[in-house]
Unconditional design. Structure first.
Length: 406
């Protein structure tokens, strides 16, 4: 059973999105066939989302309310468990969330390529985009207690900084749409967000809603996310920024304090159900998106707990295999490798605050112990990988995509 198809009582209405008719004039008619150009002209309908800053939360049906409560409990318990362990799991979980959020947007890369991109080594546009999403998640958490329009703009800027910096720095100045293939107009789109002139006021309203202190936390997070995706305030990067907003609000509201729970990995189980829940929200029903995020959170906790178990087992094996003495560069690098599974002498030097020569000595010892493996045949600026960690991360990603059937 998909989350969005689960039987439930109808929740009291939330105001549905209205629509307005607007004229469309495209500068992209050149190069199109006459028929295509005619289809891309004329009036179109754009959404007019309601203002929600001061709205009361609709009464939730028992199933949805229970799902939200279970999600908060599971997220808090996982955050406490992992936060209490003296291991660098926070960084690896944040990277896993960023990769999963990017995959929802069809941006995929192996754990190895993502780690290489973080090291500044060529690994493809997708990997760079995912690294941008890592930065956005970090920014979201850092600015969680100062959530406002500028912090949301900063999150999106981190996502597109490397490849599309011209699309950052503020709200969009043009009409965007979702779906419709490669059409140069919104006429065949599945959903047309509001006209750009409406975006600033809608985003100020959304921030006011997101920073309220009188609402149940999980429902507030789900509704804020759905409203963000409905407004679609940027020319690109909206999905990833909207899911970064989820993490910011989880931290702001105290649901999580220590780690980034990879909720997007839970959404990957059923992306169609997730998008259907967003559509239901626009029709005035908040329950499906609350249930979708609740189910994703529970799945993320299960998957995240398995990843932590795998990484813990790897660390135990490393401790047995490592010949370096306690406190040495080689032994101290074991912590670095669990948050950054591909390193070079410069990264190791910076992480341990030692000379590059001593860092290389520690790396060489771990190579001898079979913990690190050389990448490529170059002698200068060589990188090294902790293969077991990369395998664990790829297995985490594979589990996230296994759809659970009811």
């Amino acid at each position: 059973m998909r989350i969005s198809d689960a039987p439930h009582e109808a929740a009291p209405a939330w105001p549905a999105v209205a629509f307005e008719t607007l004229p469309w004039r495209s500068a992209a008619d050149e190069g199109q066939s006459r028929r295509a150009a005619l289809r891309s002209r004329g009036l179109y309908e754009a959404a007019v989302p309601p203002f929600i800053a001061n709205l009361p939360l609709p009464r939730l049906d028992d199933e949805t309310a229970a799902a939200a409560e279970d999600a908060v409990t599971a997220l808090g318990r996982f955050d406490g468990e992992v936060g209490a362990v003296a291991a660098p799991f926070s960084a690896i979980l944040l990277r896993s969330e960023s990769a999963a959020s990017s995959e929802i947007e069809q941006l995929t890369a192996t754990a190895k390529n993502i780690a290489l991109a973080e090291l500044g080594r060529g690994s493809g546009k997708n990997s760079r985009s995912i690294v941008g999403n890592v930065r956005a998640m970090e920014a979201a958490i850092d600015m969680a207690n100062e959530l406002d329009a500028s912090s949301i703009i900063a999150m999106q800027a981190e996502i597109l900084r490397d490849d599309q910096p011209e699309l950052t720095g503020g709200w969009r100045k043009q009409q965007v749409w979702i779906g419709g293939g490669y059409s140069n107009s919104p006429h065949t789109a599945s959903f047309v967000p509001p006209h750009q002139d409406r975006v600033p006021d809608l985003m100020n309203d959304l921030v006011a809603f997101a920073t309220r202190s009188d609402l149940p936390a999980f429902a507030q997070i789900a509704i804020a996310h759905a409203q963000f995706e409905t407004v679609h305030p940027f020319p690109d990067g909206n999905g990833r920024t909207g899911r970064a907003l989820i993490q910011a609000m989880l931290h702001r509201l105290g649901v999580t304090r220590n780690v980034t729970v990879p909720v997007s990995a839970g959404l990957l189980r059923d992306t169609a159900g997730y998008f259907e829940a967003l559509t239901a929200y626009r029709a005035g029903d908040v329950a499906p998106i609350i249930r979708a995020l609740a189910g994703a959170s529970l799945a993320a906790v299960v998957n995240g707990r398995q990843l932590v178990t795998d990484l813990t087992a790897i660390r135990v094996e490393w401790e047995r295999a490592a010949s370096a003495r306690a406190g040495s560069a080689g032994r101290r690098l074991l912590d670095v490798l669990q948050r950054q599974p591909i390193i070079d002498a410069n990264l190791a030097s910076d992480a341990l605050r030692i000379s590059a020569r001593n860092a290389q000595g520690g790396i060489d010892r771990l190579v001898e112990d079979g913990i690190l493996h050389k990448i490529g045949s170059a002698e200068r600026n060589r990188a090294y990988e902790a293969r077991e960690v990369l395998i664990a991360l790829d297995e985490f990603a594979a589990r996230a995509k296994r759809v659970r059937r009811g």
